[in-house]
Design a binder for this molecule. Structure first.
Ligand SMILES: Cc1ncc(COP(=O)(O)O)c(C=O)c1O
Length: 445
């Protein structure tokens, strides 16, 4: 069967059954804009009907047509233990048995907060919310309220959810105001956001020269992973911390992806750079909807009901979601957890890149267990502008070939992949072979 599949891919014949997904997608289009509840799921960048997933177990998922895949999307990052991890399921089920939500405090909120704060060097207080978007939106409001300033700096190629302040593109000059990137975001809001290129200290200095007393915060994904994997130098992150400190602005690390991913204390621990506020999402909720923002006790005292920055949530700190987070993060704290993830990811990248020549236009990078495949001969892409948009055509073929070969990646060249603790060495070996083969298919013409 394996041989047959390989042959089919090289002949570019599509073997993947999608009949049931097709029927479901037609129905979904009658219910939801574009047939989906989050745009990237629509497979627009790679074409074809999105696969409707039936179930997941460990590192594998099965779609409704019973195609089986090794999954590297992992629900876009939260599933660091893979699908349906027994410890997470057990705790979630036991908690759900006692009731799903009370809108009143539970001991589980304390338990998850203890677990995080006592194992993280850079935070003293935390507030749980229900998504990464909410976490970033609230962190920005906190920074504005705390500093009594309005403007924020963000970077091209970083994503911080879909709140008004961050759906903004760069304006015409480096220190000028942003332009809203979505209909429905008033230009008056976009004007409060300055959008700069990553990895560019001069641009940041220039913005501070012009708006010194107005900048409440810089927000950055310290490991930008939403526009490919644009790994920043430690010095750049340290520079951001310094320039914020000197100017009375706050540095927000958006660790919705990197938090608990490149180590328990995320990118701030990995680089040993201390931001003022950190946002979390994804892994913190064990696969259920949780986000959080955290900072020093002094900064957090600006939050309501202690302070006058208002933020609230009906399902914030939901017991079932807290239970999933506790179970997942407890596993992450076990000895050698992150070393083992990194070993497997290194093996994957090394296996794929083995024998490739410098001018072969394909690269695979990783940091911790986050990886990215890109059709480029650039050894380290650090800014969004350096990604060649024309390579999307190649990625489309690559993605389809990988599906044929039983490997599921996020459906866009901009998306990174995630290795979980459930991925086995056998999965990695199979994936190396599949990626190498899919790359050949994509580069064939
Ligand atoms: C870095 C980052 N911040 C914020 C968000 C928004 O999180 P959510 O989708 O949970 O609202 C995302 C989502 O992918 C993200 O990657």
């Amino acid at each position: 069967m394996e041989e047959y599949k390989e042959l089919a891919v090289l002949n570019k014949a599509t073997m993947l059954k999608r009949e049931k997904s097709e029927v479901l997608f037609e129905k979904a289009k009658t219910h939801f804009p574009g047939g989906v509840n989050s745009p990237v799921r629509a497979f627009k960048a790679v074409g074809g009907v999105p696969l409707f997933i039936d179930r997941g177990r460990g590192s594998h998922i099965w779609d409704v047509d019973d195609n089986e895949f090794i999954d590297y999307c992992c629900s876009w990052g939260p599933l660091i233990l893979g699908h349906a991890h027994p410890a997470v399921l057990e705790k979630v089920k036991a908690t759900a048995d006692k009731g799903l939500s009370f809108g009143a405090p539970t001991a589980l909120e304390n338990e998850l907060a203890d677990l995080i704060i006592s194992n993280h060097p850079h935070i003293e207080k935390i507030r749980f919310v229900s998504s990464g978007t909410e976490a970033c939106m609230s962190a920005i409001r906190l920074a504005r309220g705390h500093t009594k300033r309005n403007k924020i700096i963000k970077f091209e190629g970083c994503y911080h959810g879909h709140s008004d302040s961050v759906l903004v593109n760069a304006g015409s000059g480096l220190a000028t105001f942003g332009i809203s990137s979505s209909a429905g975001v008033p230009e008056a809001f976009a004007k409060e956001t300055i959008v700069l290129p990553l990895n560019d200290m001069d641009a940041v200095k220039h913005a501070f020269d012009h708006h010194k007393h107005d900048i409440a915060a810089i927000i950055i994904e310290p490991i930008p992973a939403n526009n490919g994997l644009l790994i920043q130098k430690r010095e750049f992150l340290e520079f951001l911390a310094d320039i914020c400190a000197v100017n009375g602005s706050l540095l927000i690390f958006d660790e919705v992806i990197s938090g608990f991913r490149v180590g328990f204390s995320g990118a701030s621990g990995y680089y040993n750079v201390s931001p003022d506020i950190i946002t979390f999402g994804k892994i913190i909720g064990g696969g259920l909807p949780v986000g959080a923002y955290a900072a020093s006790a002094d900064i957090m005292k600006s939050i309501s009901p202690d302070g006058n920055v208002y933020q609230a949530g009906t399902l914030s700190g939901n017991p079932v979601a807290m239970a999933a987070g506790i179970a997942q993060l407890t596993e992450c704290l076990k000895p050698w957890f992150y070393e083992e993830l990194e070993r497997k990811t290194k093996k994957l990248v090394k296996g794929v890149m083995e024998g490739l020549l410098p001018n072969d236009a394909f690269r695979m990078y990783h940091i911790g267990s986050i990886f990215w495949c890109v059709f480029s001969d650039n050894d380290m892409i650090r800014a969004a502008k350096d990604i060649d948009l024309l390579t999307m055509v190649k990625f489309k073929k690559f993605h389809l070939a990988l599906l044929e070969l039983g490997v599921y990646l996020g459906p866009s060249e901009y998306e990174v992949g995630f290795v979980s603790s459930a991925h086995t060495d056998a999965d990695i070996d199979k994936t190396i072979k599949a990626i190498r083969q899919a790359r050949e298919v994509a580069m064939a013409e």
